[in-house]
Design a protein around this ligand. Sequence first.
Ligand SMILES: Cc1cc2nc3c(=O)[nH]c(=O)nc-3n(C[C@H](O)[C@H](O)[C@H](O)COP(=O)(O)O)c2cc1C
Length: 313
Amino acid sequence: MLFPPPSMRPSNGRIPSSLSLIYFSFSRVECNGPTALRHAIRETRALTDKPFGVNITLLPTINPPDYEGYVRAAVEEGVMIFETAGSNPGPLIKFFKSRGCLVIHKCTTIRHAESAEKMGVDILSIDGFECAGYPGEDDIGGLVLLARAAKELKIPYIASGGIADGQGLAAALALGAAGVNMGTRFMCTVESPIHENIKQKIVQSTERDTVHIFRTMHNTTRVFKNKVSMEVVEIEKRPGGAKFEDVRDLVSGERGRLVYENGDPDFGIWSAGITVGLIDDIPTCQELLERMEREAEGIIGRMSSLVTPRTKL
Ligand SMILES: Cc1cc2nc3c(=O)[nH]c(=O)nc-3n(C[C@H](O)[C@H](O)[C@H](O)COP(=O)(O)O)c2cc1C
């Protein structure tokens, strides 16, 4: 979800979501390759006339995806908005910019944000420690990270990680963000294509129900706390540490994907952020976004009453 900077907002007083960013990740398509991405793009185009983007995440994985194939497929299908994430995004950013695409780069540190800014990205997505997936290794929460972004960055940025309601949205806007990106919250919506049991599991969870795996391998990943992720953490704690080979079977993407299909939350590892503690219903995306807008507008309106007018002498 992307909100425009205040200067671009219409003057009717409402905060609009002017640009929908539909999110693909390789987890959805990696087993079927670039052709599946082409189908997903066509499917999305048939469902909406709003702009949408494709995420390209460059990370070490068991079976590296055909990045070049995915990029070619998306560009040939006419996608003009890309979110890049992960290591060494320079060549990818350069390529997208040479094609006139709008590039959002997601990162977890201000130094990476600054280098992406120099590379010419259009928007930064600043992902705090609260996020699902890869929070980086610096452990900086969104509050400080966004306040630093407000001081250091020259281009618009959106807040990512830890946002699931209107309070989070209002806080992000107060911290200078032009909008927010949400992952975990969207998993728990009517339209989300994951098994109902997993949605219910998220609803029942608290903010203490996620865990970091791969900490000792410097590839930290926040996932749902279950039998498999706790076993990985235990293996990592063994004297002498663990190698990726020791946990390879436990963390396989295929096992994780099956969680969403068979609805068994203990079947494999699956990404979830600490917003699981804020999520207590399964609304449609429209209900969710309208509620968030209403809540944020209410909060922003009430905040102005905290300001005491100064008397002019
Ligand atoms: C199920 C799931 C899969 C995700 N897959 C990716 C991915 O492939 N690439 C990526 O850059 N981020 C991925 N993310 C992270 C989100 O894009 C986003 O940065 C994160 O969810 C924000 O934190 P939040 O979950 O607290 O909203 C994923 C998140 C979830 C919940």
